[in-house]
Design a protein. Structure first.
Length: 131
């Protein structure tokens, strides 16, 4: 078991990870919710950025490449009929790492091959923008 998700009413859920961490979700304002917490689709888009950085961290660790900083701004774009995530734009800032162009290219390729990106690739347009 990975988690237990419980409906709390008012379009909110609590999600309890098997290790004990808990998050709350809320329907977005444009879909009958209060928008006070991550929506389920926000979590999908955010999971992509988190997975991207995690895989890069693993890649760098295995190769003893220093990885000291990264920041990803996530933009999720919804479509309708049916309502779904159509696009996710990641604006990635790797400044602060001392990587040459060849290393950076390999690191980016590793991140783009993360499990979440592979899962979404045929369903969602993913755009990567690098600072």
């Amino acid at each position: 078991m990975t988690s237990i998700v419980t409906y709390q009413g008012s379009l909110r859920t609590t999600c309890l990870h098997n290790a004990g961490e808990q998050i709350t979700t809320d329907a977005p304002i444009d879909n009958h919710g209060m928008g006070a917490y991550f929506s389920p689709t926000d979590l999908v888009a955010t999971a992509l950025a988190s997975c991207f950085l995690t895989i890069i961290g693993i890649y760098c660790e295995e190769r003893k490449i220093p990885f000291t900083s990264a920041r990803v701004e996530v933009e999720k774009i919804m479509a309708s009929n049916p309502r779904r995530i159509s696009d996710i734009h990641l604006s990635i800032d790797f400044r602060g790492n001392d990587w040459d162009d060849k290393t950076l290219t390999k690191i980016i390729a590793a991140g783009k091959a993360c499990p979440v990106a592979i899962t979404l690739k045929d369903q969602v347009n993913i755009e990567y923008h690098f600072k």
